[in-house]
Structure formats: structure tokens, C-alpha cells
Design a protein around this ligand. Structure first.
Ligand code: C2E
Ligand code: CA
Ligand code: CA
Length: 609
């Protein structure tokens, strides 16, 4: 074609006149590229459009596909009028090639007189509209152009919206990191590659230590700042080909690919720990963050993305239980424990309904009067295949899986039912978890259970650890205050092991403090602990609080505590926890209750559980 890339004039063939003619005051002219090998048809199209009232066009005319493609790369057009039969390309291929070269440009295909079918197929291949060549109606052509541009704009906007949606569905808004689903996706892909080509792969699971405390004490803005800081740190510790993700509130995960061995993962974990712990200013506050990191390595610790993530999580959880900060690999021991927990977790949901969760009762005695004053209810799980399971194992599971509220209510009910059968001067102490206390309905739950079991408020004592009370101090204190006004007694459990807020004790609604077993254990050997116990006892007397020493196992401990002025005790020396019927027979039958005093000090180890 001799005409080459001629600029099309309004009427002339080829040449370089820009016949947009009138320039709109506000709207600039619509830039139209005409791809048409016939000078006649090109001229005709321009002639039809130029005379449209209120529309302004700026034409460029080319005759070949390769010229058209070269042209759109240089110049921004608003629309293309595309003839499909050119010297260098024929039929729908012309459209396909052109659309691939300029996917964002709206195209109006020019077809022959009776090519309706072709037009429809052109729409499917990405054209916005089609017009019959040789048309004598300028308005129709102008409208086709306008609609093509509008339709194309809508499609582009939709595409942007869809991309944004895809981003939001796969990323965390706060840290801008990939989320769990994108991480798993990438891990699955990486696993395919690693399986095919060899090469190591590991998933790290990171949990910020004490994040809840940081968040509560420093405020949510600073908490968010800390999470962003962690995200930023993770990104800076890995290569661009690795993935860091936020997979939960304060939980992050990292996918490391192309590892030589487990040592590489260790190096990354160390680097993260060391960078995180550098003191930093976040939101105007000095913070330094530590984290616990669990590591699972392919294929030793799992061959699917989910298994690796879960096992890295288990390794992290295990590390948390033995003091935090640092990193740990998933191991057989952790694996076994995680499997057991998984099984227990599944069973725990139905254990309450099946009556497998029971309360055992351990006597609390007043040693000076040689009398039982009450009992602590301790939860036990009689598992159908695994046997008896202690609360140290299943209470944390219940807390983690949101089952502690029904479980706590169940134990409370059992405890009140049992206590109702005892002589009226005996009361029962029931352990309460933090989650129960901050749950809105706790006060009503207690009231409901007491009413149903016909136990007076005065015979119930609630044991709360300092830690639990501090976890949600505002709601916790309010709930306890309301219950205490009704007559319920409140005990601070494991006193001395938590925040030891001796000062705060004055402001808390408390009747009793329970000296933690660890102090009792070292009372005779550790003078510092002995001094602490003395201080606690003095404090309790000053504040007019009762005090109970826990875990008393030997007569020597009992005598020493008595010397210090502590009268109420609990421990194996006086009795192990017993199931309800055994407890009643032994300590709370009408006859034995009265006789319990003299018997109490002689009640040594009772092994029947
Ligand atoms: P805790 O409240 O400090 O309960 C005392 C624990 O010490 C009990 O362990 C008890 O069996 C044990 N113990 C009692 N006397 C002695 C002694 O002389 N020597 C020694 N070495 N241990 C003694 P258990 O029953 O395994 O309970 C462990 C923890 O589980 C409890 O600690 C309590 O925090 C929690 N727990 C128990 N029942 C419940 C419950 O119904 N709800 C909630 N939320 N937590 C519970
Ligand atoms: Ca307790
Ligand atoms: Ca305790």
C-alpha cells in the first residue's frame, strides 16, 4: 500500500490535514484512528462524522494493520474504526491482532453490507461495536463511536474494581501483607515446584508475645502500629521471592522457598527476633516487641501447605508454653502433643453433653478450729478412651476454642448442685476463667445457676487469678462487684504469681487471697519466699481479707503457716480432690461434717480420685 500512514483529512485521501475542525470549549476532539485500505471508504466515514452537530473528531487514517499497531503505540486514541480486510491481514485475525496490541482501546469494526454474523463474532473477540461500511447515516456512526468509548470505559472501570476486589480478598488491610488464603495458595504452588525440582521449603509461624497486654495498656492505635511494624520487619528479613503474611490478629506466617536446609530457616527466625526486639518508637511510645516463632520444614513436618502451617503453629504454641521469645522447630514430641490436642479439642465439644466433665472437690480447712470450711471444685474430664484428663490440659484448649463459657457454666452448676447436699456452713469455691468474667452475661449466669440449684449466694466463692482479673479489669471488676453485693465471695487465686498488684488489692472487690502453692513449697527452704508470705499475710490482715494457703503437703508446712498466722489451708495433707459422692461421704455427711475438725489434720494422702 502506497498511502502508508497518511493522516486522514476530512475529505481528501491521505495527506496530513487534521480535520477535527471545531475545537469544543470544554471537550477536546475525539481522536479517531481509521484503519481502512480503501481511500473511498475512509473519506466517506470522515465526511459522515464531520458534519455531526455537537461532536468533534480528530482523524488519523492508516491503511495497513502493521501501521495501525505502530501508530497506537505512539499516539493515544479514543477509538478505532477497524476494517477487517486489509492488505496485510484479513478477517477476524485483524481484530485479534489489533486488540492484543492495544487491549484498552475501544474498537468499532467496519463490516460489509451483509456481514451481521461477522459483526457479532467481532463483539465476542473484544470489539465494542460494529458498523456496516458505506452507511449513509452519520448519526448512527457517531453514536456507535460514542457508545464504544463509554462501554469501554465501563469495562475498564469494572476491571479496576475487580482487581481491587481481588487485592482486598487476598491482603490484610492494616499491614498490606498477603493474608492466609494467599499464603496457602503460594505455598501450594511452591510445594509443587519443590516436589518436582527438589529444593527446600519451610513455613514459619510467628505470634507476638503478650500482644493483648500491649494493646490494652498502650491503646489500639499503638497496637495497630506494632502490627504494622512487625509486618514491615518481616518483609525486610526475607527475599523478594519469599512471602510474609498476616494470618490472624497478632499472628504472622512466612513462606521460605529454595532453602538449602533447616539452618536457613533458623537464620531467618533469628534475624526476625533480633530486629523485632530493637527498641522503637511507635505512635509516640517506646516499645520493644518479642515474638515466638514455630518452624515447620517440608517434607519432614508435612507435605501440604495446610499441614505445614498447622505444624508451625503447633511448634509456636509449644514454645509459648515453655516461656516465650525465640524460635522452635516442630518435632515428633510436639507432633504427638498437637495430635492429642486436636483429638481432645474435637471431643471437648461433646464432652459436656455426654456428662464426661465432672467436678471433684478438695477440702479447705480451718486448722485452728480443726474444721472443714468448704471445698474447691476442680474440673476433671473422664475421656472415653484416654481416661482421666486434668484441667491443666483441657482448660487452655477450651479457652483457645471458645468453649470455656459453656464448660465453666457446667462446672458451676455441678458444684452448686453438690454443695446443696452439704451442711449449710460449708461453701464451695469455683474457678472462673478470664473469658467467662468479661462475657456480658456472667452475672446473670451465676444468678440463674444459684436459683436453679437453690444455693444461697453466700455459699459460693469465685476464684479468679490476678492475671484474669487484669486481662479485662473494667468488666471483670464490675461483674465481681455486682455479684459480691449479692453475697458471693471473691478469691484471688494463685496470689503472688501474677502482677502481684498488692497496691491494687485495696480497690478490688475481694474477700480472700489464696497463696500460691509455689510459695508454700519453698516456705521452709527459701527465706525470700517466706518473707513474701509474711508480707502477704500482713497485707491480708490490714485489708481485712481472709487468706488460704494452697498446696500444703506436709505437717511442717502446716505448722510453719500456722506460726505465721495463716489458719485456712488446702492441700494433699488434708485431702485430695474427690468426686462428689466420695467427698460427701468423707467430709460433708451430716455426721462427718461435724467431726471433720479433729479428722482434718489426720487426713493425709487420699489417693482415690
Ligand atoms: P488451682 O485453682 O490453683 O487449683 C489447685 C490445683 O492444685 C489443683 O490442680 C489441685 O488438684 C492441685 N493441688 C491441690 N492440693 C495440692 C497439693 O497439696 N500439692 C500439689 N502438688 N497440688 C495440689 P488441678 O485440679 O489439676 O487444677 C489445675 C488448675 O486448673 C487449677 O489450678 C485451676 O486454675 C484450673 N481449673 C481447675 N478447674 C477449673 C474450672 O472448673 N474452671 C477453670 N476455669 N479452671 C479450672
Ligand atoms: Ca483455684
Ligand atoms: Ca491456685
Amino acid at each position: 500500500m502506497a498511502a502508508g500512514a497518511a493522516k486522514g483529512g476530512a475529505a481528501g485521501g491521505g495527506g496530513s490535514d487534521r480535520s477535527a475542525g471545531r475545537i469544543a470549549e470544554e471537550n477536546r476532539a475525539t481522536r479517531v484512528l481509521i484503519v481502512e485500505d480503501s481511500p473511498l471508504h475512509s473519506r466517506l466515514a470522515r465526511a459522515l462524522l464531520v458534519n455531526q452537530p455537537g461532536e468533534f473528531f480528530d482523524f488519523t487514517w492508516v491503511q495497513r494493520l502493521d501501521e495501525a499497531i505502530a501508530n497506537v503505540r505512539e499516539t493515544p486514541y479514543d477509538v478505532v474504526l477497524l476494517d477487517l480486510n486489509l492488505a496485510d491481514s484479513v478477517g477476524l485475525d485483524t481484530l485479534t491482532y489489533f486488540h492484543a496490541a492495544a487491549p484498552e482501546l475501544p474498537i468499532v469494526v467496519m463490516t460489509g453490507q451483509d456481514d451481521g454474523q461477522l459483526g457479532v463474532r467481532a463483539l465476542r473477540l473484544g470489539a465494542q461495536d460494529f458498523c456496516v461500511k458505506g452507511l449513509r447515516d452519520g448519526r448512527t456512526l457517531a453514536r456507535a463511536i460514542r457508545y464504544a468509548i463509554e462501554r469501554n470505559r465501563t469495562v475498564q472501570l469494572l476491571q479496576v474494581a475487580r482487581e481491587r476486589e481481588r487485592y482486598l480478598a487476598t491482603h490484610d488491610r492494616l499491614t498490606q501483607l498477603p493474608n492466609r488464603s494467599l499464603l496457602l495458595d503460594r505455598a501450594a504452588h511452591a510445594l509443587e515446584v519443590a516436589t518436582r525440582n527438589g529444593g527446600g521449603l519451610a513455613i514459619l509461624f510467628l505470634d507476638v508475645d503478650h500482644f493483648k497486654n500491649l494493646n490494652d495498656s498502650l491503646g489500639h492505635a499503638t497496637g495497630d502500629g506494632i502490627l504494622k511494624l512487625v509486618g514491615h520487619t518481616l518483609r525486610s528479613c526475607i527475599r523478594a521471592s519469599d512471602t510474609s503474611a498476616r494470618v490472624g490478629g497478632d499472628e504472622f506466617a512466612i513462606l521460605l522457598e529454595g532453602l538449602e536446609d533447616g539452618l536457613d530457616a533458623t537464620r531467618v527466625a533469628r534475624e526476625i527476633s533480633s530486629r523485632l526486639s530493637r527498641p522503637r518508637v511507635v505512635n509516640g511510645r517506646d516499645v520493644s516487641v518479642t515474638a515466638s516463632i514455630g518452624i515447620a520444614v517440608f517434607p519432614r513436618d508435612g507435605i501440604t501447605a495446610e499441614a505445614l502451617l498447622q505444624n508451625a503453629d503447633a511448634a509456636m504454641y509449644h514454645l509459648k508454653q515453655r516461656g516465650r521469645d525465640g524460635y522452635a522447630f516442630f518435632s515428633d514430641e510436639i507432633d504427638a502433643q498437637a495430635k492429642r490436642h486436636l483429638e481432645l479439642e474435637g471431643d471437648l465439644r461433646t464432652a459436656v453433653d455426654r456428662g464426661q466433665l465432672v467436678a471433684h472437690f478438695q477440702p479447705q480447712v480451718d486448722v485452728t478450729r480443726n474444721a472443714i470450711v468448704g471445698a474447691e471444685a476442680l474440673a476433671r474430664w473422664n475421656h472415653s478412651t484416654l481416661g482421666w484428663i486434668g484441667p491443666d490440659e483441657f482448660v487452655p484448649l477450651a479457652e483457645r476454642r471458645g468453649l470455656i463459657i459453656p464448660l465453666g457454666e457446667h462446672i458451676l452448676r455441678l458444684a452448686c448442685e453438690a454443695t446443696r447436699q452439704w451442711p449449710s456452713r460449708l461453701r464451695v469455691a469455683v474457678n472462673v476463667a478470664a473469658r467467662q468474667l468479661s462475657h456480658g452475661n456472667f452475672v446473670e449466669t451465676v444468678a440463674r445457676v444459684l436459683q436453679a440449684t437453690e444455693l444461697p449466694y453466700e455459699r459460693l466463692e469465685l476464684e479468679i487469678t490476678e492475671r484474669s482479673l487484669m486481662a479485662d479489669r473494667k468488666n471483670g471488676v464490675a461483674a465481681l462487684r455486682a455479684l459480691r453485693e449479692q453475697g458471693v465471695r471473691v478469691a484471688i487465686d494463685d496470689f503472688g504469681t501474677g502482677y502481684s498488684c498488692l497496691g491494687a488489692l485495696k480497690e478490688l472487690p475481694v474477700d480472700v487471697i489464696k497463696i500460691d502453692q509455689s510459695f508454700v513449697k519453698s516456705l521452709l527452704s527459701d527465706r525470700r519466699d517466706a518473707a513474701i508470705v509474711e508480707t502477704m499475710l500482713k497485707l491480708a490482715r490490714d485489708l481485712d481479707l481472709d487468706i488460704v494457703a494452697e498446696g500444703v503437703e506436709t505437717p511442717a508446712q502446716r505448722d510453719h503457716l500456722l506460726d505465721l498466722g495463716c489458719h485456712q489451708m488446702q492441700g494433699y495433707l488434708f485431702g485430695r480432690p474427690l468426686h462428689a459422692a466420695a467427698f460427701r461421704r468423707r467430709f460433708a455427711g451430716d455426721r462427718t461434717a461435724r467431726a471433720a475438725g479433729p479428722a482434718a489434720s489426720r487426713l493425709d494422702r487420699d489417693r482415690s480420685r
